[in-house]
Design a protein around this ligand. Structure first.
Ligand code: CTP
Length: 397
């Protein structure tokens, strides 16, 4: 996910073997165009050299409270004021204890205490230290003060133990951080998003499906989450990781997807049908694997439930329905037909014939149709396309 507006992000690094993983987080945030400042404790410097973070962030690393070069002691307070988000990763048990109690005895904790922006804490430590009730109480206290504390991952730890306490992967930390960077203009709203292909079983080993990667739907789900919505993602089988902070319901067939969406949409404010739902499914699914013979095989197909059409028929006042139309010809005429027939508020249309749009790629070019006309968003990344679809359909359109 990429937040398209450029932000000022403070990254606090404390002492722990996982500190090296933060190099790629800093690099990735910088590549997205954000202003990134790294603050290190002296223990962190035992694991990664400040020069590495300075080079990756393009800014001097803030390290020592008492070195007055370049007015650093004033600079860090100024930074606290302008920061859009502050992440501490890895967060040691020690720093968690300090920030839970307002202790500010070095540059990192002082700046943290002075910052009023959204804050993300990413604990990483030995399992027993994490599970210690003292640490758990400190984490609960941080949450009570409004900080977001990520669950740590489980697995093999550098100390030789296996269990919780591992630092989540940098892209997962970035995903969590980005959810703090956007204004929460969808706070209090429930948004249901579908994504990916459906799989229609022919027999226990074979199925009919399509090329959908699910990327567009996942981008929409994350963009809605970033805007503060409660998001339910109903996903067909994809290679994508379940996004942070989103309730993901995994489904296989069109009927499974219909059941999940119709169950979740009753009280939803917005439903976005980005999934490539099969229009047909085998009339009968064989109980046993079909054996080949010398003659051709014919599989009889029947229509599936048209989920968007059903939602359109049941639409409650104020509910917004957004459908997709992927076409190879007559894009706008076909999309306009779907808008009308399915009683959708918006149809997001794209042509797979267009360069940079379609299956598997990270970009898209869509035109949004509604009763008020049409809007071409131009060629953008799927993440930016998602942000713009939400803004157009739910704010401007
Ligand atoms: N859709 C749905 N249920 C289905 C099929 C599609 O909800 N059984 C939704 C898709 O998620 C998408 C929109 O309907 O939002 C696409 O409309 P549709 O007319 O089904 O498009 P195609 O499947 O491409 O159909 P056609 O072959 O008629 O173009």
């Amino acid at each position: 996910m990429t937040v398209s507006q450029k932000k000022c992000i403070l990254v606090g690094v404390t002492g722990g073997i996982a500190a090296y993983k933060i190099c790629s987080l800093v690099s990735s945030l910088k590549k997205d165009g954000h202003e990134v400042h790294v603050l290190m404790t002296k223990e962190a410097e035992e694991f990664v050299g400040p020069l590495t973070f300075q080079t990756l962030s393009g800014n001097p690393v803030i390290r020592n409270m008492f070195s007055l070069q370049d007015g650093a002691e004033v600079h860090h307070i100024a930074l606290a004021g302008k920061a859009d988000a502050f992440v501490i990763a890895p967060a040691s048990a020690n720093v968690i204890a300090k920030i839970a109690h307002g202790i500010a005895d070095d540059m990192l904790t002082t700046t943290f205490l002075a910052a009023a922006c959204p804050k993300l804490i990413v604990p990483a430590m030995n399992t027993h230290m994490l599970e210690n009730p003292v640490t758990q109480d400190n984490i609960a206290l941080c949450r009570r003060y409004g900080m977001y504390v990520m669950e740590s991952a489980s697995g093999y730890l550098a100390c030789g133990d296996t269990g919780s306490g591992r630092l989540p992967e940098p892209h997962q930390i970035k995903d969590a951080l980005e959810s703090l960077l956007v204004e929460h203009w969808l706070e209090g709203k429930k948004v249901v998003v579908t994504a990916g292909p459906t799989m229609e079983a022919v027999d226990p080993v074979r199925y009919i499906t399509n090329h959908s990667s699910g990327k567009m739907g996942y981008s929409l789900a994350r963009a809605a989450r970033n805007a503060g919505a409660r998001v339910i993602l109903v996903s067909g089988k994809t290679a994508l990781e379940a996004p942070f902070g989103i309730e993901t319901v995994s489904v296989r067939s069109a009927q499974d997807m219909a059941d999940a969406v119709l169950r979740e949409s009753g009280d939803a404010d917005v439903v976005i049908m980005a999934a490539a739902v099969a229009d047909y499914t085998p009339k009968d699914t064989a109980d046993h694997k079909l054996k080949k013979s010398d003659s051709d095989l014919y599989i009889e197909l029947k229509r599936t439930t048209d989920i968007l059409l059903t939602l359109g028929q049941r639409k409650k006042p104020g509910q917004v329905l957004i459908g997709f139309a992927m076409e190879t010809e007559d894009l706008l005429a076909n999309a306009a037909g779907k808008l009308e027939k399915k009683n959708a508020d918006f149809i997001v249309a794209n042509s797979i014939a267009e360069a940079g749009a379609g299956f598997g790629v990270d970009t898209n070019r869509v035109t949004i149709l509604s009763q008020n006309g049409e809007k071409d968003l131009g060629l953008l990344s799927k993440d930016e396309t998602a942000e713009k679809i939400l803004a157009y359909c739910l704010k401007e359109g």
